[in-house]
Write a protein that binds this ligand. Structure first.
Ligand code: 4AD
Ligand code: MG
Length: 456
């Protein structure tokens, strides 16, 4: 798992030309540029990814974050100090190499470096992650080092691309970014999964479960808004779909109803997948992702009411009762055989959060939807039209036993010029997991936080 076998200058995509990156020039040449520098003498700095030596010659694979390249260190080309430095190298030592860039057809990047000088910068001995199978706990305990390895680097790059896709999508559509607070006085989703902390003389503060409540007032100010940041849920479940700290992007749109909300979600998810396919194909290949599954993600996505979903689940052997929220197994059953995400809409009121708008056609239900990803990934989006009737909303707050006084400001949105509005939340790590084809959310975030993990 940890070390790949291939020395390549192109294993990580190069999206910009060197000249366009000119304001940030580190002292060294970047490996991704080597193919354009054949015949020249350059200085590389990086880490030893692999090494193999036989008497008078050593072959290193050096990684610098922009790519990897094979470095050939021949005794005859090096002075005594440089050859001694080669002898001291071990996995993940950092080094500086000066050498000539040579064309080499056999190497995947088309070039290798013939070392003329080698300097050890930082020694490394007994590097914990070795080229063999390690257990997941061991790897997570060494997450700070595990990040250096191929799959993890590919995932981090896809995650970064998805974040860019998200910001670009909203920027291009005139949404305004609203940074919502992480310390809050009002419970955002449900009382069951709160992280609490003492807050001076003001009682208890909660870590935000969502930014939504703070976005709704901003939608009255700016029309189309979104927030994007870490959210927190004291999930006591150890499932592959739950983190206690995860990133969520939440748009909120004035004058949008539940149908329009689903249309926005569909366009959004397609834009994300398409950008990753355009720009991170090499990473998807590195992750062995079946790319055809992602190429199938184009509009439209099917929409199914909750009540229809329950019937189908019964046909497929589930004993779920009308009124319950769908569990992971139900979601998998529903998406079986489907290529694209599926919308399930109009859930029972009791299965969902207090702020969702009552469905006039069937007041047992609310105007909401989840988006279920294919291949068993389940819910990646939860969204709804918001209750815009002051009295109905207040009634729901009371029914849920939520502290009414902390929602006074939220109710103001219904007191002063109430308006239909909708929004949704997409879980970043669930989306990264699905797009990368991971089997657990813990690899979709640099430093996962779970019930049993707070370190590193
Ligand atoms: O369905 P949720 O709870 O919806 C909300 O929080 C709404 N306030 C969003 C809105 O309408 N503005 O969460 C939204 C998404 C889920 O679909 C899932 O992708 C992700 O957030 N999510 C989690 N991801 C990782 N770990 C957890 N514990 C998660 N809980 C929710
Ligand atoms: Mg949900």
């Amino acid at each position: 798992m940890p070390t790949g076998n291939v020395a390549s200058v192109s294993d990580e995509s190069s999206l910009t030309l060197p000249a366009e990156r000119s304001s940030l020039r580190p002292m060294n040449t970047e490996i991704r540029d080597l193919a354009t520098l054949v015949g020249q003498t350059v200085t590389l700095r990086g880490w030893v990814h692999k090494l193999r030596s036989s008497g008078k010659i050593a072959f290193l694979v050096v990684r610098d974050g922009t790519g990897m390249v094979q470095v050939v260190c021949a005794r005859n080309d090096l002075d005594d100090a440089a050859w001694a430095a080669v002898g001291e190298l071990d996995y993940e030592a950092s080094l500086e190499v000066e050498g000539e860039v040579k064309q080499d057809e056999r190497s995947p990047g088309g070039v290798e470096l013939l070392a003329g000088d080698v300097r050890l910068v930082g020694a490394s001995s007994d590097y914990p992650i070795q080229p063999k199978e390690h257990g997941i706990d061991f790897l997570l305990n060494h997450r700070h080092l595990w990040l250096r390895h191929g799959r993890q680097r590919a995932i981090l790059r896809v995650r970064d691309e998805i974040i860019h896709a998200i910001r670009e999508f909203f920027y291009e559509r005139d949404f305004t970014l609203i940074d919502t607070p992480i310390l809050t006085g009002s419970i955002g989703e449900s009382a069951g999964t709160l992280f609490e902390t003492e807050y001076f003389d003001l009682g208890t503060a909660y870590l935000a479960q969502t930014g939504q409540l703070y976005l709704e007032p901003a939608a009255a100010a700016l029309g189309k808004v979104y927030c994007f940041g870490p959210t927190f849920r004291a999930e006591k479940s150890k499932t592959r779909r739950h983190l206690t700290e995860f990133w969520m992007v939440e748009p909120e749109v004035a004058w949008l109803d539940s149908d329009g909300n689903m249309a926005l979600q569909e366009e959004f998810v397609c834009a994300i997948v398409s950008r990753v396919l355009d720009r991170r194909r090499a990473e998807l290949v590195e992750l062995d992702r079946d790319i055809t599954r992602l190429e199938a993600i184009v509009p439209p996505f099917d929409r199914m009411s909750y009540s229809d979903a329950i019937e189908i689940l019964h046909e497929r052997g589930s004993d779920i009762t009308w009124g319950a929220d769908l569990g992971a197994e139900d979601e998998t059953l529903l998406t079986e055989g489907r290529e694209k995400p599926l919308f399930v809409f109009d859930y029972p009121r009791e299965a969902k959060a207090f702020y969702m708008k009552e469905n006039a056609a069937d007041p047992r239900t609310v105007k909401c939807n989840d988006m279920l990803a294919p291949e068993g990934y389940g819910e990646i989006i939860g969204g709804s039209q918001r209750e815009d009737d002051h009295d109905k909303l207040l009634k729901r707050i009371r029914e849920e036993g939520l502290p009414e006084e902390s929602y006074d400001w939220y109710l103001d949105v219904r007191r002063y010029g109430t308006f239909p509005h909708s929004g949704f939340g997409l879980g970043l790590e669930r989306t990264v997991s699905w797009i990368c084809g991971l089997d657990h959310l813990r690899e979709a975030i640099p430093y996962p936080r779970m019930m049993n993990r707070l370190s590193p």
